[in-house]
Design a binder for this molecule. Sequence first.
Ligand code: IMP
Ligand code: MG
Length: 174
Amino acid sequence: MERIREIYLDRETIAARVAQMGAQITRDYCGKSLYVVCVLKGSIVFCADLIRAIELPVQLDTMSVSSYENATVSSGNVRIRQDLSHDVAGKDVLIVEDIIDSGRTIAALTGVLRARNPASVRVATLLDKPSRRETEIQGDYVGFTIPDAFVVGYGLDYAQRYRNLPYLAVLETE
Ligand code: IMP
Ligand code: MG
């Protein structure tokens, strides 16, 4: 069985950082509008908070992808389970992710969206685990850089559970 070991980031700490990220994004895209891509399902909670901290015209869309587990498959491969509802050509796209771990998912997704000729593509991620990276990819906006621990809550799951925790916690498995 698994259990929650400790609160890693409490809701106040997360809220303060998300507000800072929203303010930074608002400054960086001043005078533009944003096409926000919420990567399902892990980023739902983060994305909901982040867009409310962005003072720009925002269009919100969702996408569901799964990366191939097989390590022999190139990291550019991603399976699109549910695609965007609109064309992103000419748009300033901001991909919102929960966590960049190996980087495979976001590297592949960024590649897929860049091929559709948007004006720009950037990535906002709540969490970053750089010690586990297997690709060159980096987040443009990173909430928290964390060590190699498995975290749940605030949208992140373990076997589809714990997404509703209002804080981030370290999961202990036995
Ligand atoms: P990547 O392709 O290895 O970067 O995988 C990123 C995905 O792995 C995230 O979108 C999460 O779904 C999942 N993931 C990686 N680390 C964690 C974690 O600590 N907790 C929950 N999910 C995680
Ligand atoms: Mg995920």
